[in-house]
Design a protein around this ligand. Structure first.
Ligand SMILES: N[C@@H](CCC(=O)N[C@@H](CS)C(=O)NCC(=O)O)C(=O)O
Length: 223
């Protein structure tokens, strides 16, 4: 059985949970807080970051969401998510990098810092200017997604791919933290509503971080 070391608002862990859900791979969750890592966790990943995926029976420990995703993609044929021509696969990987790196740096990481880490670790109030900046940058990313969805059925092409999972994972955390203003983004809102109703997404939407509550619309499938 696989064990996924993660915490509920880690977008990279969410991406792996979505992928394992789509592929129908069973796993147990182990809650880990990278800002206060257990010895076990530090021994599993010297980088001290979630997610880490472990299978003790097979003697396998995997760290880094992209390495984990590539492993699952190479070893499980069901629901391929990095598929198609070489150019198509390059496009999927470009978009995964865009969401994992740019969206995370511009939007998810500042929101996590202001709304979660300050609350839990330093017990400071959030900086409203940082929150406004993150929401402004989110609009730019959503504009680009609207454009992609206007031109393709899914973000990277004709089928659902890792690009969609990476984007949905980042957006779901930003939305939980109240950082997404959906006004004017009907295309992306429609795409995200499809995701929210997928069985792979339901467990994520019902999970809560103890001290931080999401806005009312967060887990509503049609909101
Ligand atoms: N490139 C890594 C990024 C993972 C990452 O940054 N995880 C965050 C939590 S969402 C973390 O553990 N941060 C703690 C740290 O960087 O020390 C991946 O894709 O897995």
């Amino acid at each position: 059985m696989w064990q996924l070391y993660q915490f509920p608002l880690c977008p990279f862990s969410r991406k792996i949970r979505l992928l394992m859900g789509e592929k129908g791979v069973a796993y147990d969750l182990v809650r880990e807080h990278p800002w206060a890592p257990s010895d076990t966790f530090h021994n599993l990943n010297a980088a001290g970051r979630t997610p880490v995926l472990v299978n003790e029976e097979k003697g396998i420990t995997l760290a880094d969401s992209r390495a984990i995703a590539e492993y699952l993609e190479e070893t499980i044929d069901t629901s391929p998510m990095i598929n198609g021509t070489a150019a198509g696969r390059a496009e999927i990987r470009r978009l995964v990098a865009l969401f994992d790196e740019n969206f995370y740096a511009d939007v998810t990481a500042p929101l996590l810092h202001e709304r979660m880490k300050k609350r839990i670790i330093t017990r400071q109030p959030p900086d409203s200017r940082q929150l406004r900046d993150a929401m402004r940058l989110a609009h730019g990313h959503l504009d680009y997604m609207d454009w992609l969805i206007d031109n393709r059925p899914w973000l990277a092409g004709s089928t659902m791919s890792m690009a969609d999972l990476a984007a949905a994972a980042q957006i779901s955390v930003a939305d939980y933290l109240g950082g997404i203003d959906w006004k004017g983004h009907e295309q992306t809102r429609g795409w995200y509503a499809v995701f929210k109703s997928r069985p792979s997404f339901r467990p994520l939407l019902s999970e809560r971080m103890d001290v931080i509550k999401p806005p009312a619309h967060y887990s509503q499938v049609d909101a």
